[in-house]
Ligand binder design. Sequence first.
Ligand code: PLP
Length: 400
Amino acid sequence: FDPRNSKLRETKPSASLEAAQLARDLRAQGRRVISLATGEPDFPTPDHIKQACIDALAANHTGYPPVPGIPALREAICEKFRNDNNLNYAPNEVIVANGVKQIIFNALAASLEPAQEVLIPVPGWVSYSEMVRLNGGVPVELPTRYEDNFRLRPEDLEAAITDKTRWLLLNNPSNPTGTIMSEQDIRALAEVLERHPHVMVLSDDIYEHIRYGDVPYFTIAQVSDAMKERTLTANGVSKSWCMTGWRIGFAAGPAALIEAMRVYQGQTTGGVMHPGQYGAVAALNGPRDFMDSNLAEFQKRRDLGVKLINETDGLECHVPDGAFYLFVKCADLIGATTPAGNVISTDADLTRYFVEEAEVVCVPGAAFGMSPFFRISFACKSEVLEEALLQIRAAIGKLE
Ligand code: PLP
């Protein structure tokens, strides 16, 4: 008995969530597996945010919340866009959902006609293509290049746009590469988009505050009022405020699109967990000094990870400017033979070998639309990262 419809039969499960589950399953069998698969900070949610949620519970803010978010949170989101991004939005131009994941899904569900195309630079986050397919659209992958540090070239964007293109998805900083597009990079893409006014842009800025050094931040809605009018800017508290389990994300965009997303959300999930929204208000309006110490810790791990990878024969990676991932090139290992006599033909073969031989779980590049690579997350303790990468190095040393 297969309960799946034709859409689900074509849908791949989230590779990063599956990899994280594999690590949990192997641990349950008593194996000491290290997971470098998880895309979430290992720091707890700051106390002042937890307290705001506890206070909201005590004050009985436990009824159904307004579908687009409580007014205080929508105000705080408008403030955030004003202060961080120099973008002015009114409360009816913002919406709150269960994570950026639901924001993106709802935006596509509310706007895509069957067979319309969505342009996705690759490597890109595992869920984009699947969400497009689930909503009857056609994902069109736009390959980038390792030599360009995975920046989308304007000419590649131009060549991919057709009459059927509905959306371009941008993710800055990028998961899995950590690349940050500069203002100049983004303006060059906007110049192409200006020639194609039927294309809307969804900018997934969830890693906005996870940047190393003094890399400035620019998001495409800042280019011009015309660009802002067809851009949905998604952001959230999951990564920067260490609130992945709260499931709160938000977006700002043209009122008509936000209204369409509100209608869709009202018929599917409704408003986001009520007391949690008070926590998000405290997050957005509260102090951010904890982010500096988290970032300093992430940066130490990043530098350790980059050094260990680039000192390992057959592996190579760039130094990412943002997010907490390394996207590691492993082309030199394709074709190698394991001690058991199996040939490593793909990056998925390699990550499987890492599980067996090194007891380390990573996500193959294929899941992000680019091979042969694999992604590691450095959102784990330095000692764990070092141990895992040394075990990977030892496993690679046994390949012939
Ligand atoms: N967008 C990207 C690029 C991500 O990497 C993730 C999480 O891994 C998300 C969105 C999901 O964010 P949220 O927790 O807000 O749903």
